[in-house]
Design a protein around this ligand. Structure first.
Ligand code: FAD
Ligand code: FES
Ligand code: FES
Length: 1334
């Protein structure tokens, strides 16, 4: 590197963070901005959610003065991918830099919080910063701008609606629904006296004044203007970063270092380094070289420097489209359309066009357009330049280009289109926004002037081969042909032949991908026909019913309505119960001041832990060699089974797991050991260097394999009622069916984290854990350490989401971290990376259901025999309770006189599956909705009639003999039918379907009835501890944990009402095992019921103790009474306890009460399916939910919407893929798609049933966390309804199997038609598929 060094201008990185100048002399090129902010600067407001640019939790704003345009640029970026070294002369703004609760809130922080757009808050700083960056560039945005700004942000809690609602208030067009949002008018109406429709008052918001923003640092401005160019050079442990200042210098360096990696946005290289363990000794960063960022016009088109960012490219192309005649901009429009769906804005703001080309990914979205339209590339090395066309020869192999090692890409010329040229592009991905393609395509055709004769045709596809590819044979065949039906037929047959894929091809979905090549061509064909006719060329007219097939995807800005019971007039303002009070931490969450587990400042002697996990699903461990790892930089020691001082046997219910694997591994991800080092990066690198030899054993991966091998956990549960045989005899018809429901990843934005701090005496240890279960963690850590539980304190401040994923599985990490801390007698921390978390932690159980249903001609179901099989994984965990809940929900809301349900838990070699919102209930009910749909379809009766006919009525009893009282199902049903305008909608959907061949709409209304209580009766207990201090302030503690659901807020509301003091006097600090012992996990939706009653009982004791002082001094204040009581030596601390009465069910006798009560709800959804691609749009959802007398309508509606969106993911977009050998292939937001902003139903109505008090829970309320999740199945069955209409066009009728999730692949294949028939699936058993249904 000597030659480089002599020319180095500086090794000093100069940048600003929140207005503060930073000079970094030891900038490591492998350090990201996020790590630097969190670990070096202690700015923990910016969160780590994925480390791969896919969640937006780490969003910050960068500002730069661009000298050649004299422009100040502000743009949102992902700090997790931004290399620290790329920040020279840049100003960074983080969430802490724009406002704080202590100082002054910025309106973007205040509005998201007050609009209830922050639940767990882990996504909130990122969303705040995306909005902030938008406003810095455009203080008067439109709603479309807001939607674009959030393409790269995910939230797992809120369902997005409240975030958009809050931020609508910044927009010029979104302030009001324009009359669409309300049944009887406008969203600004506040509802009638009895009901309310506003959850916040925008008039309370502080005004937004764009002139008050923090200014760009003046010193940075003058330094930038006066800057002399120089080569920058930063050296790290393994990598050197060279930032040349001129093209010559760049070429010279590339000549010296032909293996150097060129980095612009780092959105590709960053992923390679982080996830593919790549090390690049030399990095060349050319982002500031004028020739590489300039844009110029030529006669033929526009030339973009290779380092131009995609956002910049889009902005310039938009300008071109606005100024040039339309026939010149076909190519530009095609590029713009691809960019519309390319990643999120944070990525587009930094990713370069050259980076996309040079990555040579087979699923690049831009390369097909560049290839189909004949773009030209200018390549250069030290000796000169050459121009090459972007054609098939440019990509000689997987991720390879035709560049020589010393060459770089300088620019790309995007041509103007010609008058007779038409270009279309298509991107098909599992999710519309921020997703990588399954198939991506660009098609360009040029006709002879005034004719429909094809002169030139290029069909370019991504995702159907190892490289972006051209269908050259098909294109050749069509040259000289007339654009018409015959050409279409030949094109399809030819494409089916030409675009083949190996049945085992990586990525799977082989039949779907092949079908897409044809379906997309058909869309192109229709589009071109229309364009030719518009030009007056004689061609066939497009049939009116086919027109919608050619429409580009678009959605309307969402509108919504929330309805709830208003607090009765006359109730004092001081009583917070029933009011839409903001989540108590929301403001802190929006400013980044809320402290999550990994935000706890580093202890001085703290170490970091990284897990060593199995790469085999089932194997004996022959040997472990950690010698290389132990010698690596920063490593302190390794930890294995022999280091567990107590018992290595662990598990939340049965001790059938190991803290650290001993001799055998039973899943990929099984924890074998851990490396402890000084930093995360050192620990992680060393963990990968541990060598493990295995003797592989045959794994059982899928439910079907487990059934074949009879690999089940015991017991096999049965619930039976009535006389099954007689029931089937009585039936007019009997049908059988089956359904598979895929699992689900929790995708809490905050991954699992534990910080264990040995206290130095008596074996005491303090743990900060992100867990729903403090007591279980305490017990299992104590067991592993071999100490009594009284030596272990577990503390939880808040979690960044949990959803059941942190109920038991957290202990697999906490125990290991505790063992390491105990061994080293030093604090040890570990926060799992997203890919590790997904690999190790398990998720929702996949289920397979098989059923036989007997029913009358009327549709009344009289007999049901159903068997459930769950994929439990490699340990029991909570699988038995999950299966029991599935069985308790097997009839959903339908009365069936003769019924038998059996539940089999499959023992497989997958990571143990666990609790997940709904806890088996949704899977149980999903199968019920499948058979009720089959019954309706087999009778050709409307599904809603059959559902209504079978709906439970008051006084009937469930299969487990629980009498249903205070049933509100019918009220929810009727309100939902009315609010959704079901009958008019049905008529409109049917009309639409008659008028459209290739897009179909579907409608479904689905009920849910969810039993509330832990089914293990002993868990239905809770404790609380209330201290009143002499200044009148109250410290409240209870056994429940805060994970975003607002439990602490509700508990403060309860205490406030009972004590008769404002909420502001009450504080909850945390949940801990040394304040409230033996707590049940915060789960089963019952935490408000249980803890609320415990809090109430503690507060009642205190009220009684204070009563005499109140009587004595009736005009006095709370503080007066407290002080008087104190001086009178009264105990101002009380604990409370509650247990749910009369519970206890016996499977043997099928008797005893399982549930305290039921929560019910009904949803009606309408969707639109694109039958050619399998994509769907959620057009409308109406939800009516019975939450009793809501304790807090804002929180309850937040739970309804959040659960609904999570259900939407479960049933439509989220698909975990496993290899046949049990390796999880989807380990991050890049490959696993939770719903994004764009997936919200265009019209969303949530109504909390009014006048429905529940006498079985605190202040007549009802549980809400889990019950609404299942309502999203309305979208699944609406999709099935639409697919039914599509199948009808091909003459297919009657029931058919559709597994969950209804992914675009499943939808497309189910819409069987002439295109799918040309691409038959490969013969099962003749190949090894890339992934299997587990
Ligand atoms: C969350 C996320 C979402 C994404 N979504 C999409 C998507 O929707 N569609 C899609 O197609 N891609 C997507 N990508 C991939 C990626 O963003 C793009 O490929 C992007 O254009 C890469 O640009 P970059 O500047 O960040 O590349 P870098 O990571 O900086 O570099 C990428 C590669 O290009 C080479 N290179 C860059 N410039 C030159 C040059 N001038 N000369 C020679 N070699 C050069 C580098 O050496 C390197 O190998 C996504 C990535 C992420 C992380
Ligand atoms: S942490 Fe950066 S995008 Fe997820
Ligand atoms: S509030 Fe968005 S992830 Fe929890």
């Amino acid at each position: 590197m000597a030659d480089t060094e002599t020319r180095c201008g500086s090794d000093e990185l100069l940048f600003w963070v929140n207005g503060k100048k930073i000079v970094e002399r030891n900038a490591d090129p492998e350090t990201t901005l996020l790590t630097y902010l969190r670990r070096k600067l202690g700015l923990t407001g910016t969160k780590l959610g994925c480390a791969e640019g896919g969640c937006g939790a780490c969003t910050v704003m960068l500002s730069r003065y661009q000298t050649h345009t004299q422009q100040l640029l502000h743009y949102a970026v992902n700090a997790c991918l931004a290399p620290l070294c790329s920040l020279h002369m840049v100003a960074v703004t983080t969430v802490e830099g724009i406002g704080s609760v202590a100082r002054k809130l910025h309106p973007v922080q205040e509005r998201i919080a007050r609009a209830h757009g922050s639940q767990c808050g882990f996504c909130t700083p990122g969303i705040v910063m995306s909005m902030y960056a938008l406003l810095r560039n455009n203080p008067t945005p439109k709603m479309a701008d807001v939607e674009e700004a959030f393409q790269g942000n995910l939230c797992r809690c809120t369902g997005y609606r409240p975030i958009l609602e809050g931020y609508k208030t910044f927009t010029v067009d979104g302030g009001c629904c324009g009359g669409r949002g309300r049944d009887n008018g406008c969203c600004m109406a506040n509802g009638s006296g009895a009901e309310s429709t506003s959850l916040f008052n925008a008039a309370d918001f502080a005004p937004f004044d764009p002139t008050q923003e923090v200014i760009f640092p003046p010193e940075l401005m003058s330094l930038t203007k006066g800057q002399r160019s120089a080569l920058l050079c930063f050296r790290g442990d393994r990598t050197t970063w060279l930032q040349p200042d001129s093209l010559d210098e760049f070429l010279r360096l590339k000549w010296i270092h032909p293996d150097a990696r060129v980095v612009v946005g780092n959105t590709e290289v960053g992923i390679e380094v982080k996830f593919k363990n790549m090390v690049y000794p030399v990095i060349l960063a050319p982002a500031f070289i004028p020739e590489l960022i300039e844009v110029r016009h030529t006669e033929d088109g526009v030339v973009f420097g290779a380092a131009c960012t995609l956002s910049h490219m889009a902005a310039l192309l938009r300008q071109e489209v606005e100024t040039l005649p339309p026939h010149r901009t076909e190519v530009f429009l095609a590029v713009l359309e691809q960019l519309r769906w390319f990643a999120g804005l944070q990525i587009r703001n930094v990713a370069a066009v050259g980076g996309n080309i040079m990555t040579a990914s087979p699923i690049s979205d831009l390369n097909p357009v560049f290839m189909a339209t004949g773009c030209k590339l200018t390549l250069m090395d030290k000796d000169g330049s050459r121009v090459v066309p972007m054609d098939a020869a440019f990509f000689p192999g997987y991720r390879k280009t035709g560049l020589r090692p010393q060459e770089v890409l300088v620019s790309i010329e995007v041509p103007f289109s010609r008058r007779t040229q038409f270009v279309s592009v298509f991107k098909q991905s599992p999710r519309r926004e921020d997703d990588i393609s399954i198939v991506t395509a660009a098609m360009s055709v040029t006709f002879g002037p005034g004719t429909a004769v094809v002169e030139e045709l290029r069909l370019s596809y991504g995702g159907v081969a190892a490289v972006t590819t051209l269908a050259t044979a098909t294109a050749r065949k069509l040259l000289g042909r007339c654009w018409g039906e015959e050409l279409l037929q030949d094109a399809c047959s030819s494409l089916a032949e030409e675009m083949t894929l190996d049945p085992s091809a990586p990525g799977g979905m082989v039949t779907y991908r092949r079908t897409l090549t044809l379906s997309l061509f058909y869309k192109f064909y229709l589009t071109v026909l229309q364009k030719l006719r518009a030009q007056g060329v004689t061609v066939d007219a497009v049939r009116p019913d086919c027109l919608s097939a050619a429409d580009l995807f678009h959605t309307e800005t969402p509108s919504s309505l929330q309805v709830y019971q208003a607090v009765p007039e006359g109730r004092g303002q001081g009583d917070a119960i029933g009011r839409p009070m903001m989540h108590l931490s929301a403001l802190k969450q929006a400013t980044g001041e809320a402290v999550y587990c990994d935000d706890v400042p580093l202890y001085e002697n703290e170490l970091y832990l990284s897990l060593i996990t199995s790469s085999k699903a089932h194997a004996h461990i022959l040997s472990i060699d950690a010698s290389v790892a132990e010698a690596m930089l920063g490593v302190v020691c390794c930890v294995f089974a022999a280091d567990v001082p107590g018992s290595n046997a662990t598990g939340p219910v049965q001790y059938d797991e190991t803290v650290l694997a001993d001799r055998q591994v039973t899943c990929v991800g099984h924890i074998i050991g851990a490396v402890v080092a000084d930093t995360q990066i050192h620990a992680q690198r060393a963990a990968k260097a541990v060598q493990i030899q295995y003797e592989e054993l045959p794994p059982v991966v899928t439910i079907q394999e487990a059934i074949a091998a009879q690999s089940f956990y015991q017991p096999i549960r049965t619930i039976q009622k009535g006389d099954l045989e007689a029931g089937f005899k009585q039936a007019d018809h009997i049908l059988e069916g089956e359904m598979h429901i895929g699992g689900q990843e929790h995708f809490y934005l905050e991954t699992n984290v534990t910080l264990a701090v040995p206290r130095g005496e008596d074996g005491e240890m303090e743990l900060f854990v992100s867990t729903q279960s403090t007591t279980k963690t305490q017990a299992l850590v104590a067991k592993a350490l071999g100490v009594p539980a009284n030596r272990v304190v577990v503390r939880v401040k808040r979690m960044g989401g949990a959803f059941g994923g942190k109920e038991t599985r957290t202990t697999v990490l906490s125990t290991v971290v505790a063992v390491a801390a105990n061994k080293l007698k030093r604090p040890v921390r570990c926060m799992l990376d997203r890919d590790e978390d997904m690999l190790v932690m398990g998720g929702r159980h996949p289920f397979y259901g098989k059923y036989k249903v007997g029913y009358l001609g009327s549709g009344k179901v009289v007999a049901l025999d159903v068997s459930y099989y769950s994929n439990a994984g490699n340990s029991m965990d909570l699988s038995l309770s999950v299966m029991e809940r599935a069985l308790f929900h097997m009839e959903n809301s339908y009365s069936v006189a003769n019924v038998r349900g059996r539940g089999f838990m499959c023992r497989t070699n997958l990571p143990s599956n666990t609790a997940f919102r709904g806890f088996g209930g949704p899977q149980g009910m999903m199968v019920a909705e499948s058979w009720i749909t089959d019954v309706a379809q087999s009778l050709d009766r409307p599904a809603e009639e059959v559902r209504r006919l079978n709906l439970y009525v008051e006084g009937e009893s469930t299969p487990y003999n629980q009498i249903l009282d205070q049933l509100t199902l019918d009220r929810c049903w009727d309100e939902c039918l009315a609010r959704s305008g079901y009958q008019q909608r049905r008529a409109a959907v049917d009309l639409y379907n008659r008028q459209n061949r290739w897009t179909k709409r579907g409608l479904a209304i689905v009920p849910t009835k969810f039993g509330i209580s832990f089914t293990a009766a002993f868990l239905n207990q809770a404790g609380a501890l209330v201290h009143v201090y002499t200044d009148g302030s109250v410290l409240l503690t209870h056994g429940g944990t805060e994970m975003g659901q607002g439990l602490h807020t509700k508990m403060v509301q309860v205490a406030s009402r009972v004590l008769g003091i404002p909420c502001s006097k009450i504080h909850i600090s945390e949940t801990s095992t040394n304040t409230v012992p033996n707590s049940s996990p915060t789960a089963a939706s019952a935490s408000s019921d249980l803890n609320g009653a415990a809090v109430q009982s503690a507060c009642v004791v205190l009220v009684k103790r204070l009563e005499p002082y109140k009587t004595e001094n009736p005009k006095g204040s709370w503080e007066d009474w407290v002080r008087a009581a104190y001086f009178d030596r009264v105990n101002l601390s009380a604990n409370g306890f509650y247990k749910t009465p009369d519970l206890g069910y016996d499977f043997e006798t099928n008797s005893g009460r399982v549930f305290n009560y039921f929560s019910s709800g009904v949803a009606c959804s309408e969707v639109e399916v694109d039958c050619l691609t399998g994509s769907h749009k959620n057009l409308s959802s109406t939800i009516v939910m019975d939450v009793g007398h809501s304790l807090n309508p804002a929180l309850d509606i937040g739970q309804v919407e959040g659960a609904f969106m999570q259900g939407l993911g479960l049933f439509t977009t989220e698909e975990l893929r496993y290899s046949p050998l049990g390796v999880l292939l989807t380990r991050g937001p890049g490959s696993y798609k939770i719903p994004a902003f764009g997936d919200i139903p265009t019209h969303l109505t949530v109504s909390l049933l009014r006048d429905a008090p529940n006498d079985k829970a605190i202040f007549a309320s009802k549980a809400v966390g889990e019950p609404p999740l299942f309502l999203a199945s309305a979208n699944f069955y609406a999709i099935k309804d639409a697919v039914t209409a599509a199948r009808g066009e091909s003459g297919l009728g009657g029931p058919f199997r559709l597994d969950s999730p209804a992914s675009c692949e499943r939808i497309r294949i189910a819409c069987s038609d002439k295109f799918t028939r040309l691409c038959p699936p490969p013969e099962p058993g003749t190949f090894t598929p890339w992934s299997v249904q587990v």
